[in-house]
Design a protein. Structure first.
Ligand SMILES: [Zn+2]
Length: 215
């Protein structure tokens, strides 16, 4: 497999937009990749936007964003759209996306267009509506509904990066630990499978869907 690298100068600031419907989505979907990018591009700016972050979930979102992006964090920008209802207040969510346009990111992390959760799917659609000439990587979220697909873009990760990701997830999102799937082995297993699919040296990777990019 031929590896491609991000075409950025490590010494320059690069804007990266991270979009998540709920307060743990960005971290679950691409937390390992963000940790890798932070160390690879020390001047990267991570613009962090969560569309449903209220009450304790807002506190958790702030904690998670700070752990993963550190001093590279911009935000987090926390919004209060109701969980599960985002497609039904589309005009308001669309308006929130319009406010993100000035960021002009070099890379965008967002949900998968075919995700079975309606909020995830809707935000993926609006990401493509809003950013039409950008590199967009759609991350995956394991869930009870069962919608795992076949992503084709892989980011190999060191073992200690994966362990740090999982430790940060469990530390940040304590309210989610009542969910039977919110466990270390779920997160490590998915990264292990994706690592196997891309022959990652450590055995671990995160995977993404990319609808289009140029070479
Ligand atoms: Zn979610």
């Amino acid at each position: 497999m031929q590896p491609f690298i991000f075409p950025w100068d490590p010494g320059h600031e690069v804007d990266i937009l991270c979009i998540g419907a709920h307060s743990d989505d960005i971290e679950i979907g691409c937390g390992g990749t963000i940790l890798r990018l932070v160390s690879q591009f020390p001047k990267a700016a991570f613009h962090w936007v969560v569309f449903n972050a209220t009450g304790i979930r807002a506190d958790e979102a702030r904690h998670g964003a700070r752990l993963f992006a550190g001093t590279n964090l911009r935000g987090p920008h926390l919004k209060q759209f109701q969980d599960g209802f985002m497609p039904f207040v589309g005009a308001e969510v669309k308006a929130a996306f319009e406010e993100l346009k000035p960021i002009s990111p070099k890379l965008i992390f967002t949900h998968n267009r075919k995700d079975s959760h309606q909020d995830h799917r809707f935000l993926a659609e609006l990401t493509w509506n809003t950013f039409r000439d950008h590199l967009i990587l759609e991350y995956e979220i394991p869930k009870y509904d069962g919608d795992m697909g076949q992503p084709a873009v892989f980011v190999p990760l060191e073992t200690d990066t994966c362990q740090k990701k999982v430790a940060y997830l469990l530390d940040s999102f304590t309210s989610q630990q009542r969910k039977s799937w919110f466990r270390e082995d779920t997160f490590l297993s998915l990264m292990r499978l994706r690592g196997m699919e891309c022959n990652a040296p450590s055995g671990y990777a995160e995977a993404f869907y990319c609808r289009k990019f140029t070479l």
